[in-house]
Design a protein around this ligand. Sequence first.
Ligand SMILES: NC(=O)C[C@H](N)C(=O)O
Length: 323
Amino acid sequence: MKKNILLIHTGGTISMSEDTNGAVKPGANNPLTQGTDLLSSIADLVVEEPFNLPSPHITPKEMMELKYILEDYDKKGNIDGAVITHGTDTLEETAYFLDLTCQASFPVVVTGAMRSSNEIGSDGLYNLISSISVASSSDAKGKGVLVVLNDEIHTAVNVTKTHTSNISTFQSPQYGPIGIVTKRGVLFHHTPTKHENYPVQDIEKKVSLIKAHAGMDSSLLKALLELKVDGVVIEALGQGNLPPSALEGVKDLIKNNIPVVIVSRSFAGIVQDVYGYEGGGKHLKELGVIFSNGLNGQKARIKLLVALAKTDQMDEIAEMFMF
Ligand SMILES: NC(=O)C[C@H](N)C(=O)O
């Protein structure tokens, strides 16, 4: 039996076309609607298009809007699953934001495309059909927000865009995908063991993300303090270390009750308090730096925004990052 699927279009390459000059851009009509006959043969669709934005234009405001649309449909009942089409550049941030905050009980799948609708080998309609199949699957329930592209099912918490243009760009470097989409159906081969969710109402705080490098000093960190940010995420070195010259800035932020969260600038692995030298993980922990649990920089930033919407207590924020 066909399921009732809420389909929310938000823009991105999946809803763009290439013009005669080779520029990929949004047009007056969403080309995805051309797939409607085919799509409505696999599910009964309720379509929403709250905005049409390339994903570099997406902010937490739009993410919050999506959360409320999903929750409103959940309250009304009669929806079995939802698919969101989204630009791929910030797709992982929106997916993770919804994973952390959305209270809807049906499966939510986020998808996109690397090639626009009229390019040879366009992957948009294919990814959309796969995503509708996943959102229709009762096995997709309770696994958090999922990201489906290129026949793979990833969790929002682990997935990241790894390549600028390749259609297999979305990967989960820590743990791999949790399922696949095949011609015969949807197959989950792993189940996430934990899922966190926070019922926040608004995102108003300012969190910056910066990357550590050899010889990094404290100037940017000090500037962030002057700019009155509410939190800072640093992509630290290796297992979670910083150059000694950056420590003054870290200390100033923490002294002023600004949480400093570290992730690793390495592609995979988690940060830990391993090294005991100046600026090493053990030292950073003593200074009050919060270690994220395997998130990448952009997702730790989303989580810190959510944490700051809940509390300004440093110990509560640190506890949320231990999850
Ligand atoms: N493939 C894509 O969707 C990339 C595009 N720049 C976007 O994120 O909107």
